[in-house]
Design a binder for this molecule. Structure first.
Ligand SMILES: NC(=O)c1ccc[n+]([C@@H]2O[C@H](COP(=O)([O-])OP(=O)(O)OC[C@H]3O[C@@H](n4cnc5c(N)ncnc54)[C@H](OP(=O)(O)O)[C@@H]3O)[C@@H](O)[C@H]2O)c1
Length: 249
């Protein structure tokens, strides 16, 4: 039976790099996307050329209904396809708010917590019984949980919740042999950072932030996730791996 990995937010950025890497590692893929249907279909085609199976599932995680619909579709697929053995879940989908501390309203607060915290929590709760005994759950945290960025406060708070979920869930699921870890990216060159990172000032800021004096690439996060999903990481659980390129040391 071939093993599958579920990657949320796979249509772009880090999630896309994770999908490519896990396919190279031999996984078949359940790939989630939200608005970028075309990009998700292109990714599916490209990965299928390498001989791996890919199934796409759409879902908007900004609301309870969106999360529930996604879970229903995923459970239906997993129940129907008895040949799918789920090994890894990568909770990558997420977004920030565009408003700072003083401007965030209730709606924005709810949406960012919904996508970044509620979705990983309830997707895990609903799919955990499909995971194989040595399965993996890998969450996307962020360097903003240890470096204060007031204009990203709400987003940082969601990732703080993810760090807590990581070690607590590791304890909850350890007896099943399932490991739960998170990866803490620093500044990574994706759509979510492009608007400020691709400026002279942005480049200077990224250089000053990291001991390596540069921003990271999505593949550098995907490599760490690949390791955590592998047998080589069998005795690591409840850990948050700092992949910030030595930011603010
Ligand atoms: N880039 C960084 O510097 C950085 C640093 C630290 C942590 N991270 C974390 O790493 C993860 C990926 O970041 P990224 O930079 O690769 O992001 P990105 O390029 O903006 O891509 C975000 C992905 O998440 C999906 N998504 C966004 N909002 C969603 C929602 N409401 N419901 C469902 N899916 C949604 C998008 O789907 P569609 O495109 O299909 O709509 C897309 O696939 C996030 O959790 C982010 O917080 C990133």
């Amino acid at each position: 039976m071939d093993q599958y990995a579920l990657v949320t937010g796979a249509s772009r950025g880090i999630g896309k790099a994770v999908a490519f890497q896990l396919a190279k590692d031999g996984f078949n893929l359940l790939l989630h996307y939200n608005q970028n249907t075309e990009k998700a279909n292109e990714l599916k085609k490209e990965i299928e050329l390498s001989g791996r199976q890919v199934k796409l599932i759409q879902g908007d995680f900004n609301s309870n209904e969106g999360i529930e619909e996604f879970i229903e579709k995923a459970r239906k697929l997993l129940n129907k396809k008895k040949d799918i053995s789920l090994h890894t879940i990568v909770h990558n989908a997420g977004h920030a708010t565009s408003s700072g501390f003083g401007d965030v309203n209730f709606n924005e607060f709810d949406q960012v917590f919904s996508a970044n915290v509620k979705a990983p929590y309830f997707i895990t709760q609903s799919l955990v019984d499909f995971l194989v005994p040595n399965g993996r759950i890998i969450n996307l945290s962020s360097g903003v949980t240890r470096i204060a960025f007031p204009h990203m406060m709400i987003y940082a708070m969601t990732k703080g919740a993810i760090n807590t979920m990581t070690f607590t869930l590791a304890k909850e699921l350890g007896a099943k042999g399932i490991t739960v870890n998170s990866v803490m990216p620093g500044i990574i060159d994706t759509d979510s950072t492009a608007s400020w990172l691709h400026t002279e000032e942005g480049q200077e800021n990224a250089k000053n932030m990291s001991a390596l004096e540069r921003e990271g690439q999505p593949e550098e996060i995907a490599n760490v996730i690949s390791f955590l999903a592998s047998e080589k990481a069998s005795f690591i659980t409840g850990h948050n791996v700092d992949v910030t390129g030595g930011s603010q040391l």
